[in-house]
Write a protein of this length. Structure first.
Length: 412
């Protein structure tokens, strides 16, 4: 069976119809729609003869046995954010499925080839990204905090996992899945504007930004909105508002691609007639350099303390999650560069600001690399997310060339 990239595009469109609506993709992990997508994937991969396994963290594995137990992994995630795009994560999986079909049709490969659909990459329901890959990588050290996590409806994370056959206490046993891994490849839409600005279809990812994610809680004093003079208020929202604006010049000062985002502020008592007593603010900070990421965090903390003094309120910080910057494997970066030039003539190397499962796999010591394909207008996590179909097909070809080169290198 020859590689058929057009089939990948057709299957992605089929998945969009099956698990999306007028607002976009609805494949949020640990939901019925997500399970529908996994069942659909099971049917698509079944023809390859690969055996399926769901591991202790809910990751879905399809294994094509080779002459060696050493394994080439190709991965992605089929879960989405609410009202998400049709390509984020699912392109990785379906391109991998097409490569797996081509390899299976040619007979027994020199190494075992495994396609993995990671569980809950997005963290959309419970705010914990990279759930399945961090469990497999052995970096899930926040079990106690995970037990306390609840979704918007008050459902506890352990209870939601249990409904889908996953026991949180055993999730880290998924580490056994990487014991035979010799390399990991992942294709993803860029989710940014760089490749489009360069008029290039494909790029090689050097690594992923480190991330610091915190909840900043501001505490003031509730008071009547009509009877409390402006200069007598202890308004918690004032601190959060000042910080939301201050993170922009701080990111510019740190430079090197630093980004900082205030993604949410929840105010209490949350009524129009009261000064805000508490404001819970979510901050996300990212950088490719660990020292600069630490500097970014320190500067924002200093600013928050200054604003607390100015507004006569209190501020406290709680880390939600963090990951250090991860650089990908030099040898695989070279192979990826060769593969892209083989199918498109020109390549480009760039870092990734968004998180990816590939970072967790690399963190576990598995040689890893990613390919990016251009995102139109740099948009993702929205129904407007898109990539030209000819570029999608080109990306499948690039992944296939990379898989062939990687197998040959590992088998030599």
């Amino acid at each position: 069976m020859a590689l058929n990239p057009a089939r990948t595009v057709a299957e992605l469109e089929e998945l969009r119809e099956l698990t999306g609506d007028e607002n976009g993709a609805q494949r949020v992990a640990w939901t019925d729609t997500w399970e529908t997508a996994r069942e659909w994937l099971r049917g698509k991969v079944g023809e390859t003869g690969a055996t399926e396994q769901i591991d202790e963290a809910g990751n879905q594995w399809f294994t094509l046995a080779g002459a060696s137990e050493r394994a080439l992994l190709i991965g992605g995630h089929i879960d989405s954010v609410p009202n998400g795009g049709w390509l984020d994560g699912s392109l990785n999986v379906m391109a991998g499925a097409e490569v797996l079909r081509r390899i299976a049709a040619e007979g027994r490969p020199p190494l075992t080839v495994r396609l993995v659909n990671w569980a809950d990459e997005e963290g959309a329901r419970f705010g914990r990204s990279l759930f399945g890959s961090s469990a497999a990588a052995g970096s899930m050290a926040d079990q106690k905090e995970l037990r306390r996590r609840r979704d918007a409806n008050g459902v506890a994370l352990p209870d939601a996992l249990r409904e889908h056959g996953v026991d949180l206490e055993r999730a880290t046993e998924a580490r056994s899945q990487l014991e035979s891994a010799a390399a990991y490849l992942e294709l993803h839409i860029e989710q940014g504007p760089v490749l489009e600005s360069l008029d290039l279809p494909l790029g090689v990812v050097l690594g992923t930004f480190g991330v610091e994610r915190h909840q900043v809680t501001w505490t003031g004093q509730a008071a009547h909105a009509g009877s409390t003079p402006m200069d007598k208020r202890r308004d918690a929202l004032a601190g959060a508002a000042k910080l939301a604006l201050e993170i922009r010049p701080i990111a510019a000062e740190v430079g090197g691609g630093a980004v900082c985002t205030s993604g949410s502020v929840v105010c209490r008592p949350g009524i129009v007639t009261s000064v805000v007593e508490t404001a819970e603010q979510l901050l996300d900070q990212r950088h490719l350099d660990a020292e600069q990421l630490a500097r970014l965090l320190a500067l924002v903390k200093e600013a928050s303390e200054r604003f607390a003094r100015e507004e006569d309120i209190e501020v406290s910080w709680e880390r939600i999650w963090s990951i250090e910057p991860i650089l990908f494997d030099d040898a695989l970066i070279e192979l990826a560069d060769e593969s892209i030039r083989a199918v498109s003539g020109t390549s480009h190397r760039l870092p990734s600001g968004p998180l990816h499962d590939a970072a967790e796999v690399a963190r576990a010591g598995v040689p890893t690399v990613m390919l990016f394909v251009q995102s139109l207008r740099g948009l993702s996590h929205t129904k407007l997310e898109d990539t030209k179909k000819d570029q999608l097909e080109l990306s499948v070809r690039a992944l296939d060339v990379l898989a062939t080169k990687t197998l040959a290198r590992l088998a030599s």
